[in-house]
Design a binder for this molecule. Sequence first.
Ligand SMILES: Cc1cc2nc3c(=O)[nH]c(=O)nc-3n(C[C@H](O)[C@H](O)[C@H](O)COP(=O)(O)OP(=O)(O)OC[C@H]3O[C@@H](n4cnc5c(N)ncnc54)[C@H](O)[C@@H]3O)c2cc1C
Length: 456
Amino acid sequence: MKYDVIIVGAGPGGIFSAYELTKLNDKLKIAIFEAGNPLEKRKCPIDGVKVKNCIKCPTCAIMNGFGGAGAFSDGKYNITNQFGGSLYEYIGKNEAIDLMKYVDEINLAYGGEGTKLYSTADTKIKKMCLENGLHLLDAQVRHLGTDINYVVLENLYNYLKDRVEFFFRTPVEKVEKNGEGYRVITEEAGYECDKCIISVGRSGSKWMETVCRDLEIPTKSNRVDIGVRVELPAEIFSALTDELYESKIVYRTEKFEDLVRTFCMNPHGAVVNENTNGIVTVNGHSYEDPAKHTENTNFALLVSKHFSEPFKDSNGYGESIARLSNMLGGGVIVQRFGDLVRGRRSNAARISEGYVTPTLAATPGDLSLVIPKRILDGIIEMIYALDKICPGTANDDTLLYGVEVKFYNMEVELDNNLETRNKGLFVIGDGSGVTHSLSHASASGIYVARYIANEK
Ligand SMILES: Cc1cc2nc3c(=O)[nH]c(=O)nc-3n(C[C@H](O)[C@H](O)[C@H](O)COP(=O)(O)OP(=O)(O)OC[C@H]3O[C@@H](n4cnc5c(N)ncnc54)[C@H](O)[C@@H]3O)c2cc1C
């Protein structure tokens, strides 16, 4: 039970680090421990008929298992340093972009060929945004779609399964120093390794805190993003989505000069539940296959909050707001924009009379009872600003789902090799607080794999 490298977590960070290690040195003995199931066994019980709301399974099929939180995601791989993480601060801007492009090549080689790469370069949309106080961030985005993303993961698993030892449904409980190497402890046994790569994503955030405490690795609090998911007829946003697919637009509010931004745009997509450590929030995705398209587009509008002194727990703040919505709505709340601005709750009758058919069965309610005024005012202002470039955004029937919370892991103190102060222990992906996206998490895996392979 001795390995050269043990990887904790089989999300994009873990998968791409294993992939690169096997490519660079096929003699390495590598094991991956994953709390969730293999890809084909990941099945969320919500079917919209018998099970309508999250039943809080022991491991969430959406967040845990081979493919990590990204497995049923929209598979949008953004190639940019402007958002998705701060990997470039550790490894440099050019290297970060090169690695994201390399990840893109692998995705294409493993089933993603033929999918579209969108770009903001030379777009007239940028000018249109600026004329209306909105700022479009630069990026290239490969949209695999939930279906092709799944195929890529299946193919990567088939490549890895004969080269790497997988331990599914095996959460790692503890990582201990063991001489020059590490001992990785699960409920059943302990496993030794020379190098350990931890890539446990957002769902492993609480566990990551215990590892840092035990191994005396300094951490810093991170921000939390709070907001809503907007759903409207796809035609309203087609001017943006047809050309760019996903556009990251930032708006500075007039009232408080807060920044509100769009996030995770899903043309013809569906709104979904997300369960992080038992708290149900909202997210979205869409399929590449036109047969699976819905009539709606969804995207998030988010405001960042970062607490440092005396209160440091930004995630705790976000969790409390999400808990409040779970308490009032039994899960996610949905409200028509028209009801929100008129100060009244939505009910089932008003939602069903509306012209936008919700793609998620959420509880009609009043988001103003959940989301802090300052954040909600900013979101309302941005909806009116977006209405200028995409008329119809501020229609009464536009649906808002809440709350959407993006929890960021605390930032783990790492050097430029993404290595902790404990030599041979690396922390990558969203679990490190350095990345918040598929492309950055994957790139961080490749980066560390190359470093380890060079050292071996
Ligand atoms: C619905 C949804 C849609 C998304 N859409 C996009 C998108 O389109 N584009 C984008 O860039 N990002 C998207 N994201 C975010 C993206 O999925 C993450 O940024 C990415 O998956 C992070 O990769 P990771 O490897 O760091 O962590 P994760 O993907 O979270 O993987 C971590 C893995 O570690 C496992 N784990 C945790 N703790 C332990 C433990 N103690 N022992 C063993 N295993 C453990 C977990 O089970 C999990 O499988 C989406 C997320 C969700 C939930």
